[in-house]
Design a protein around this ligand. Structure first.
Ligand code: GDP
Ligand code: IMO
Ligand code: MG
Length: 420
């Protein structure tokens, strides 16, 4: 048995990964983000104080644990420095306990500009976070990107600028017009330099030495570049496989893979969401669940739990357990529905998540109904402390997904966790 745990967002992001990483970090030595950038917004509460982390792993408030950003991550240097300052008020940061991969690619003002321009000008916008994520991964795949280890070296960074000015139309002008942004970008290299290291080597050594490592996913499996609702996806490998690819360790080192799912679904940005509720119930879930993006503040679209999508997510990531989060938001509803299959106008009944977003967009959900509950859910305790109908709902989800629900979330705090 290995000593690596992976925690994946099982839906379209914002499932509550931040809270659960903070809870599970207790059991490990290191927490490592394996993909995404500051498009993520992971919320946790430290002594009652709300903190939203965009780049720093959500185990950071455990002072004795190490945090790492592995190569699959893309880094916005200025934002990272700002986030490190924010976190420093609550916990001490040192290069010994924060490892930034020299291989991770850097998001520059140019990439942010390209993201915004494409979103504004496209006839089919994705609804990105406009944080420059897509263009940075594109540049990485094109082998013309800037890696963190090169960015913190002034001569190498200047060499990248020179190449970009020569080969990329518009880049030189951008640097002239937005000189203040570029100055800020350059300035962040100094405070980051001491933290930049061969994080993958250190992580592999730690794993080989028997330390517990928790891999923190960002976004969600249905936003995966390979397996998600393309093109309405993010630009990285969000599913569990992204962790092996990013850190470069053997899958046989894995102990457990968990998928965090809301007890309903949300999605920010464009793209199909078959169970979306555009009625009073959807509005109720959005209000009670405070469903506004932790990064962009955009309202999240809400709907009933989609078991077809979640089963697919479990298949591509191999969850040992589902963490069914934000169960408390469903309290007080008379009836709770779960989508068990789709009905397509031409293709009929569909039980496997389609590869084609246009097929998915034309699907109507086929629902199974569960009775609601009115009792407040317990803050902690065990599964049998849940109201009877909440237990029936959890069991119903397990039966539909064919994966055990191992934890249930009932509130924003660390203690609002029920272990089965
Ligand atoms: P992440 O991106 O997956 O880390 O999730 P976000 O932080 O973007 O969004 C999850 C939101 O739900 C945050 O505001 C959390 O504070 C909140 N939250 C997390 N778990 C629970 C829960 O079990 N119940 C309730 N009511 N809120 C939760
Ligand atoms: P966390 O980690 C929810 C969505 C965007 C958009 C699509 C592509 O907090 O769960 P991008 O900026 O990545 O190119 O946008 O992905 N998206 C997220 N949705 N939670 C996130 O992160 C997201 N990160 C990106 O809204 O639809
Ligand atoms: Mg989020």
């Amino acid at each position: 048995m290995g000593n690596v745990t992976i925690l994946v967002g099982a839906q379209w992001g914002d499932e509550g990964k931040g809270k659960w990483i903070d809870i599970l970090a207790d059991r490990v030595d290191i927490v490592a983000r394996y993909q995404g950038g500051n498009n993520a917004g992971h919320t946790l509460y430290v002594d009652g104080q709300k903190v939203v982390l965009h780049q720093i792993p959500s185990g950071i408030f455990h002072p004795e644990k190490i945090s790492a950003l592995a190569t699959g991550v893309v880094v916005n240097p200025h934002q990272l420095v700002e986030e490190m300052k924010k976190v420093s008020h609550l916990v001490t940061l040192t290069p010994e306990r924060l490892w930034l991969s020299a291989r991770a690619h850097v998001i520059s003002p140019w990439h942010i500009h390209l993201d915004g321009k494409k979103e504004t000008e496209s006839a089919q916008p994705i609804g990105t976070t406009k944080r420059g994520i897509g263009p940075t991964y594109a540049e990485k795949a094109n082998r013309t990107g800037l890696r963190l280890g090169d960015y913190v070296n002034t001569a190498k960074r200047e060499r990248w600028y020179a190449t970009m000015r020569l080969e990329t139309p518009g880049f030189a002008t951008h640097q002239e017009v937005y000189a203040a942004e570029w100055k800020q970008f350059d300035a962040a290299a100094v405070p980051l330099a001491p933290y930049v290291t061969d994080a993958e080597l250190l992580l592999r050594r730690a794993i080989a030495g028997g330390l517990g490592v928790l891999m923190e996913g960002a976004q969600g499996a249905l936003l995966d570049i390979n397996h998600g609702t393309y093109p309405y996806v993010t630009s990285s490998e969000t599913a569990a496989g992204g962790a092996f690819a990013s850190v470069g360790f053997a899958p046989k080192q894995i102990d457990k893979i968990y998928g965090v799912a809301k007890a309903y679904v949300t999605r920010v940005g464009e793209g199909p969401l078959p169970t979306e509720l555009k009625d009073a119930v959807g509005q109720h879930i959005a209000n009670v669940g405070k469903e506004f993006g932790a990064t962009t503040g955009r309202p999240r679209r809400c709907g009933w739990l989609d078991a077809v999508a979640l089963r697919y997510s479990a298949e591509i990531s191999g969850y040992d357990g589902i963490i069914l989060n934000k169960m408390d938001i469903l309290t007080g509803l008379d009836e709770i529905k779960v989508c068990v299959a789709y009905q397509h106008p031409e293709l009929g009944r569909i039980e496997d998540f389609p590869w084609d977003f246009e097929v998915l967009a034309a699907c109507e959900p086929i629902y199974k109904s569960f009775p609601g509950w009115t009792e407040e859910l317990p803050h902690g305790g065990s599964f049998k402390d849940l109201p009877h109908n909440a237990q029936i709902y959890v069991q119903g989800v397990e039966d539909l997904i064919k994966v055990p629900v191992t934890m249930v979330g009932t509130g924003v705090n660390r203690q609002d966790a029920i272990f089965k």
